[in-house]
Design a protein around this ligand. Sequence first.
Ligand code: PLP
Length: 400
Amino acid sequence: MQIFLQGAGLIERLYIREVMIYADYNATAPLRPEARAAMLAAYELGPVNPSSVHKAGRAARAVVEKARAEVGAAIGSRAEDIVFTSGGTESLALAIQGAVAGLDGAATLIVSAIEHEAASKAAAHAGVPVETAYILPTGQVDLDDLRVRLAAWDRGLKGTPILVLMLANNETGILQPVAEAAALIREAGGLTVCDAVQGLGKVAVNVALLGVDYLALSAHKVGGPQGTGALWHRAGAPLKAVLYGGGQERGLRSGTENVAGIAGFGAAMSQAVLDLSRYVSLGTHRDAMEARLKAEGGVIVIGEGSPRLAGVSNFARAGFRAETQVMALDLAGVCISAGSACSSGKVKRSLVLMAMGADDALAESAIRTSFGWNSRPEDFRHVADAWLEAARRTVLKESV
Ligand code: PLP
């Protein structure tokens, strides 16, 4: 049985009794002890509002600014270019709709076909035309198509091109050529919004090297708390607020800051940077798990030849429906996801795999395992054991 929170309290211990193997880090990661400690320390300050001018308010402000520096340092940015938000979804809405507003609507969005709904739906509601950036069967964006499209761009008609491209896909873990795409957009006088929610803490992220204009971040995917995130924006990039009120975060995100959440985010980010090589080393165990599932279970690994996050494996066995696999593994005490985790808990055919050209049979049977900062080598073996056992009882039995 896996104990993923050292020094955990009663609630976590009860939870651990039920959860044996957690392989759903892309849905949310367990809270890191460093984040928990930073949050508790912030709560210990008492009632605090960073906008208050009194001593307690100043103490809260110091906590927020420390975290801003930590998050900034983790992505190679100045602290002042970080805006704290309520998470990845809000950061994407601010970036996409705030950039469009900053350009007075004289823009066309080019959104990759595999973006998370937090990005694609924010784009759909931005009030400007939206085009799709196509995805190759490798799972990566089609740069040639983008190049051709930008060469023929009619700025008078379409305004500024704004590319929305994620760093790493939540379902497949496939990494996008963000720096190359952003360079093309820059040459065409456009802007790039990058959703780094899944890449953060798993690959080195440096805003200058990526060359993007906006970078959306979320705390709970790196072992920070849920309900906290940030938007980095290049100094001078067009950006207008989408929420109005007290004018916090330099007027870009009104609302009293979530001081403890922000403290936890900063601590989680600093630790994630220190742990990066450990995360990358998970790739060896992931590859061994996949090799076994292919040999003994006949699975197809999605995006196997593409650059991927080390802790993510998306695989399919035609005829073995994703929801059946998720339920079978759940009964065996293994937490995984089918496609993207959506709020209703229902399994939808994966749009990401469809965009990659996968057929229905594959898209209906793909599941995602995702490991992270507290995963152990044996977790990969347990997941493979549980999956093969479930497959033997169903689909493999039929095929012998
Ligand atoms: N972008 C990606 C790629 C995600 O995987 C998620 C969450 O699953 C989000 C954005 C939304 O982040 P949050 O849950 O912090 O709103």
